[in-house]
Design a protein around this ligand. Structure first.
Ligand code: SF4
Ligand code: MG
Length: 328
């Protein structure tokens, strides 16, 4: 089976007065049709930069994709023109963000906003678009959709607004939905409802999801595969059960341990001692070394390369060997 999305060695940098920051530093990943890949990591780990790179939304300047390929249905999106990219964004890849209030227009009814998205993609007349909008509201589980169509965003709760955003995103029947922290502004009960809704729609529409989150609970609930990011790179990648039952990277072990040791209401990434390093002054060896409870001598000097545990599960950590020359 060909992957729907395949990112190969993506490098996205930001030019600042103080130097170059690598937001993505050699990111490679695959998303198969219909599956959910969760990208997890602390704030500043490069999750959103990866998502923005896929959609060609990196502000240039100061940002730029300097290396790598983003293959969507076999087509490289890197360097694609604005117009072509807009078509792909509208028809094949959709995105939802954390705070629906910022992406909804406060001066338009939600019905008009969904209809606008429907018209953009399918070009029907206004009446048909409004009918479709009503159908979409029903699909995302909003009760009394005919009445709700006429409401403005501020008349709805946060959870309802996020459902509206999902309706807008799905109006184009995308084959890939990129969801960047879609539920982190919502309380736990609503969050779980929205995740269940996304899962249901995903199956119904046979859509793949790239889900960005800092919440291991969300990962456990939704992911088929997981990519763990740290300082712009994927440090561990694998099917969900390997990630949860056979974690190999001390960073991931730390994330999981703290989740399990507190209780299941935690919605923040648990605190691992220390902070992520200054992106302008990254450690020369393993970037997790300053915080790693299991760091060894070599970790200070050389960056670990991926070590494979099965065809899909890999981690970058010297604990698992790798071809390092111990005499160096
Ligand atoms: Fe820790 Fe070394 Fe592994 Fe990095 S390579 S995570 S410092 S043990
Ligand atoms: Mg982010």
């Amino acid at each position: 089976q060909d992957p729907l999305l395949e990112i190969k060695n993506l490098e996205t940098v930001f030019f600042t007065d103080d130097g170059v920051i690598k937001g993505c530093d050699g990111v490679s990943l695959k998303v198969n049709p219909g599956e959910t890949l969760a990208v997890v990591g602390e704030s500043g780990s490069g999750k959103s930069v990866t998502a923005m790179s896929i959609l060609n939304l990196i502000p240039d300047p100061p940002g730029k994709i300097t290396n790598g390929e983003i293959l969507f249905q076999g087509q490289n999106l890197v360097g694609l023109g604005k117009e072509e990219m807009r078509k792909i964004r509208g028809n094949h890849i959709a995105m939802i963000f954390q705070e629906p209030m910022t992406s909804l227009n406060p001066a338009m009814t939600v019905g008009a906003q969904i209809a606008e998205s429907v018209m953009l993609h399918h070009n029907p007349d206004k009446k048909a678009a409004l009918e479709k909008a009503q159908e979409m509201l029903h699909l995302v589980g909003i009760p009394a959709p005919a009445r709700r169509l006429k409401e403005y965003p501020h008349q709805m709760s946060g959870g309802m607004r996020q459902r509206v955003m999902i309706a807008i995103a799905l109006a184009c029947s995308p084959s890939l939905l990129i969801a960047d922290e879609p539920t982190s502004a919502l309380d736990v009960t609503i969050q779980s409802q929205i995740l269940k809704l996304m899962k249901k729609l995903q199956e119904k529409m046979d859509m793949a999801v790239l889900l960005i989150t800092h919440d291991m609970g969300v990962v456990a609930e939704t992911a088929d595969k997981v990519a763990v990011m740290y300082c712009g790179s994927i440090v561990e990648y694998g099917p969900g059960h390997d990630i949860f039952f056979n974690a190999k990277h001390p960073y991931l072990m730390g994330l999981k341990e703290s989740v399990l040791s507190i209780d299941d209401t935690v919605d923040e990434l648990p605190v691992i001692k220390g902070n992520i390093p200054d992106p302008l002054h990254l450690p020369p060896g393993c970037r997790f070394e300053p915080r790693c409870p299991r760091a060894m001598e070599i970790c200070k000097r050389k960056r670990p390369q991926p070590v494979y545990f099965n065809s899909e599960h890999h981690a970058c950590c010297w604990l698992h060997g790798g071809d390092h020359d111990t005499s160096v």
